[in-house]
Design a protein around this ligand. Structure first.
Ligand SMILES: [Zn+2]
Length: 173
């Protein structure tokens, strides 16, 4: 496990992705070290927000200031791909600053490809029916009624060699 994310932050992330569609949602991941405790959704100020994102720079400045004043750390960034897969796009790769930040990307679930199943926190394996696998992979476990989830999420570290995929889990309590 590389990253831990709270239920609240995960809920906020999917809600933001759904609400912004067909535009890209974006925001700031807040927390401590490897624990994402909150998502601060921000305006997407990019001029073509259907296919790009740019986090409102003032929101980012404010978040860094709050962190310096003892608030939650800025751990990374979130954005969504309303029509694309939950992985860095060519544009994301170009924009990456290789500064060690975490990127959370919400996108459409893979339609049967092998990739994406590695994040299955509940240990489901491939081999069930395809729809079952897609329904259960990733986030939802049913108790909150997310029966028709249409987004998946992946986490990445933007480091010197480029994006490295991170595993994640919700807190075990
Ligand atoms: Zn992207």
């Amino acid at each position: 496990m590389d990253v831990e994310i709270s239920n609240e932050a995960l809920d906020a992330l999917f809600a933001a992705a759904r609400a912004a569609s067909p535009r890209e949602a974006c925001g700031i991941l807040l927390g401590q070290e490897k624990r994402v405790t909150a998502l601060l959704e921000t305006a997407n100020v990019h001029p073509t927000p259907h296919t790009h994102f740019e986090i409102d720079p003032q929101a980012l400045i404010d978040a860094h200031r709050a962190a310096r004043e003892g608030g939650a750390q800025v751990l990374g960034y979130f954005h969504s791909h309303p029509e694309g897969p939950a992985k860095p796009s060519a544009t994301d790769t170009q924009m990456a600053a290789h500064d060690g930040m975490i990127w959370a990307i919400a996108g459409r679930p893979d339609d049967g490809g092998g990739e994406g199943h590695t994040l299955d926190e509940k240990g489901y394996t491939e081999g069930g029916s395809q729809s079952y696998t897609l329904d259960t992979q990733g986030y939802t476990s049913g108790e909150k009624g997310h029966t028709s989830r249409s987004f998946d999420v992946t986490f990445w570290r933007d480091d010197q060699p480029g994006f490295t995929r991170l595993s994640y889990q919700r807190p075990r309590r």
